[in-house]
Design a protein around this ligand. Structure first.
Ligand code: ADP
Ligand code: ZN
Ligand code: ZN
Length: 737
């Protein structure tokens, strides 16, 4: 007797590996194709899994294997390229493959909903086509009318169409079916012709650098290559994407564009829609389950030619992929920071290789890993050095806060510059990466500072709502009138955006000041209104957080002030410098996009900081070279590879105890060249009432680290103390806390 066929299934449970099943009763082997969904018994439940492989052998004895209950698809929901990506990602990020599927499949498909809801349509049979309608009209006018309509519709009439045609349609339709004059056929609604859109508009004439970039990428269509498209903000990167995408569409292929969470603005969508007028699908985290399934269907059926989305769109099913673009590839939102911790940017490169298509990574401030890959010639480096037209680069200058006293966070030279730009009729943008009124509430009598009792952090004062709020755990409390220790009055210490708004209003009376941060944009549509006021010139001064730096263009802004550069210069993380430089350059890029030159003023108490100097005098590329050199000396990525094991618990000692066992195990398994660092408490040990600690693995090469992780990960759950903590493994962590 031949070996039975064993189905290897990815089941949505937090356990590694695939699970073995026997085929469902009465299902032919030929219809069991990898990528199809199956309903499978699991413990006391029935779950929806995805068939990954068919084999002849199982490690389990035959009698212990259960049969799958049902096959849910006739066609794979995940095409082969995507199945490969999912398997690879599960292995590389050491994450249960069933949970990786959560990123790849819309919730409704994971719940077993049909991929395509087939629609019934009515078509005329040969007999129906030959019937004499005139004669029929005498005896059965309704049937004749309906049959005429059905004969005319080449692709058939749906029930709704039928209902709209004839009066007593149920009876007439029943008769036609009975007589064999028409027949019911089921059809995929997505196979209908795509809606005809208005004619696309043409783009501007490209600059020489843009032309070169478009030509280089265009020559690579149909095979794999990764391009770093490195160009300052406003240098025309999006224009390059548009041109390359247009070539991809002309070859009848689909393009996938990934953008940062906050970069997916209606303006961006409108720009693409206007240029191409092809059916698009948009995938982002704010969609309802139904909307997500809808967008997924449009991409997966091939109807959508252009798919735009945030991080998880890297798993969009595409029958005819031709290009992947990652815009603002340095953006941290491409890395998922909880659950399945993957980098959509890195997976884009991998998917490009699997699917044999080009990948574009675009940024004004590429991440150091990407620059390193370009210098090693793994990626091709394309540079857009200038802004098209007359727009010039903003000029950066440092204001030494030790030489110029700052009042309420504003130095005299900056106040003077703001006045000058306002007088010239321009707009001013001030960047302060701290929302709220003040980052601390302080007692001048005894030095007490209002703490969060659930975190190792201070409470932020929010004046508009008269509350103290912890930005780490969300805890809120009322603002005490006096110090609980000594009874003295309490003072707001430091500057938040809310306070800066107040200061600016009193310094420049009669000037419209707007604040853009997470608090001021909470309500739906408020961001849109704030931006509209800026664009219409109703707002003269904009003060805001990081939110301002992404994707928005403010052509009327000629002065950018960075109020506190020092926050970013001295982070505890090895990536702090890089992130700071990126933010600074991105903020600066908001200025002077039109015909007026921009000016950027940076307030700092450390003007001689070497990396800041490098950035201001020589620009981001020189900064990146210097920062990479520091990374090399310290053996941080990209000169090494990291994996971070985090643990947290309500009991203070539990995380460190568990991690000590984990460290011991790693040292026992340790292959060549993996260093085990720690365990140590996290930089902010207590957060939201839980204590946190971490263990870092570092390796010069990827493979030995991956090898260690494979056996280590499998044993972590069995270690003493594993059940007392919540632990997670982060491969290529972006943040070390
Ligand atoms: P980036 O994506 O690098 O920020 P964009 O592609 O958005 O740059 O271009 C910035 C602005 O310059 C846009 O308004 C765009 O329409 C315009 N632009 C881009 N390329 C050209 C060009 N070759 N000629 C004229 N205008 C251009
Ligand atoms: Zn006090
Ligand atoms: Zn807190």
């Amino acid at each position: 007797m031949a070996d039975p066929i064993i189905l290897k299934v990815a089941v949505p449970v937090p356990l590694p590996g695939l699970f073995d099943y026997l085929p469902p009763d009465g299902v032919s082997t030929a219809s069991l194709r990898p990528g199809c969904r199956l309903r499978v018994p699991f413990g006391s439940k029935v779950l929806v899994g995805v068939l990954m492989q068919l084999t002849a052998h199982s490690d389990l004895p035959r009698r212990r294997l259960k049969a799958a209950r049902a096959l849910l698809d006739t066609e794979p929901v995940l095409p082969p390229g995507l199945l490969r990506l999912v398997s690879w990602a599960a292995a590389y990020y050491q994450h249960p493959v069933g949970e990786v599927m959560e990123a790849a499949l819309p919730a409704l498909l994971r719940a077993g909903r049909p991929v395509f809801q087939p629609q019934t349509v009515y078509l005329a049979t040969t007999a129906g086509m030959q019937t004499d309608l005139h004669q029929m009209g005498h005896r059965a006018p309704r049937q004749a009318q309906l049959l005429a309509a059905i004969r005319q519709a080449a692709s058939g009439l749906s029930r709704a169409d039928v209902a709209a045609t004839a009066g007593d349609w149920r009876g007439a339709l029943g008769k036609l079916l009975q007589k064999g004059l028409c027949e019911a056929v089921s059809r995929h609604p997505n196979c209908s012709a795509p809606p005809v859109a208005s004619s696309p508009t043409a783009g501007p004439t490209l600059t020489a650098a843009q032309q070169q970039a478009v030509a280089a990428i265009g020559a690579q269509l149909g095979s794999y290559a990764t391009f770093l498209l490195d160009g300052v903000t406003g240098s025309g990167k999006t224009e390059v994407y548009l041109q390359v995408i247009s070539a991809v569409l002309a070859k009848d292929r689909q393009a996938l564009l990934l953008v940062p969470e906050i970069g997916l603005t209606p303006q961006l969508l409108a720009r693409f829609q206007k240029r191409f007028a092809v059916p698009m699908a948009v995938l982002h985290s704010a969609l309802s389950d139904k909307e997500r399934l809808d967008a997924w269907r449009r991409a997966a059926s091939g109807q959508a030619r252009l798919v735009i989305g945030t991080r998880s769109a890297i798993f969009a099913a595409l029958p005819a992929p031709g290009l992947i673009v990652v815009d603002e590839e340095h953006d941290a939102s491409f890395k998922q920071q909880d659950g399945f911790r993957y980098s959509a940017r890195d997976l884009a490169v991998l998917r490009g290789r699997h699917e044999n298509i080009p990948v574009i990574l675009g940024s004004a401030t590429p991440c150091l890993e990407t620059i390193h890959n370009a210098s090693k010639r793994r990626y091709r480096h394309l540079v857009l050095p200038e802004r098209p037209g007359s727009a010039t680069h903003p000029e950066m200058r440092i204001i030494d806060l030790r030489a110029h006293a700052a009042q309420h966070g504003l130095s005299t030279p900056l106040v003077a510059a703001i006045g000058k730009h306002l007088d010239a009729g321009s707009q001013v943008l001030l960047f302060l990466n701290r929302r709220g009124y003040a980052p601390a509430l302080f007692c001048s009598g005894c030095g007490w500072i209002a703490p969060c009792d659930r975190c190792d952090a201070r409470m932020t004062l929010h004046r508009a709502r008269e509350r103290l709020r912890c930005h780490h755990c969300g805890r809120e409390s009322r603002v005490p009138a006096h110090c609980g220790n000594c009874g003295e009055a309490l003072k707001a210490l430091g500057q938040g955006t809310e306070r800066m708004e107040e200061t600016l209003q009193s310094l420049f009376p009669g000037t419209a000041v707007a604040r853009i941060d997470r608090d001021s944009t909470q309500r739906r549509g408020s961001m849109h209104r704030l931006l509209e006021d800026v664009h219409a010139g109703r707002t003269q001064i904009l003060v805001g957080t990081q939110m301002l730096t992404k994707g928005h263009h403010f052509p009327g802004v000629t002065l950018v002030g960075v109020l506190n550069a020092d926050q970013g210069l001295f982070g505890s993380d090895f990536r702090a410098n890089e992130r700071f430089a990126q933010t600074l350059v991105q903020v600066a890029g908001r200025a002077g996009r039109a015909d007026r030159p921009g000016e950027v003023l940076i307030q700092t108490a450390y003007p001689e900081h070497p990396l800041l100097q490098r950035l201001v005098t020589e620009g981001y590329t020189a900064f990146a070279a210097a920062a990479l050199d520091e990374r090399r000396q310290a053996q941080w990525p990209p000169y090494s590879h990291l994996a971070l094991l985090r643990a947290e618990a309500a009991a203070r000692d539990a995380p460190l105890q568990f991690l000590t066992h984990a460290a011991k195990l790693a040292r026992q398994i340790r292959g060549g060249g993996v260093t085990v660092l720690g365990p140590a408490p996290a930089p902010m040990e207590k957060r939201a009432g839980r204590y946190r600690a971490q263990l870092l693995l570092q390796s010069a090469k990827r493979e030995p680290l991956q090898q260690l992780l494979r056996s280590w990960r499998a044993s972590l759950g069995e270690l003493p103390g594993a059940r007392r903590v919540r632990w997670s493994l982060d491969v290529d962590p972006l943040e070390l806390f």
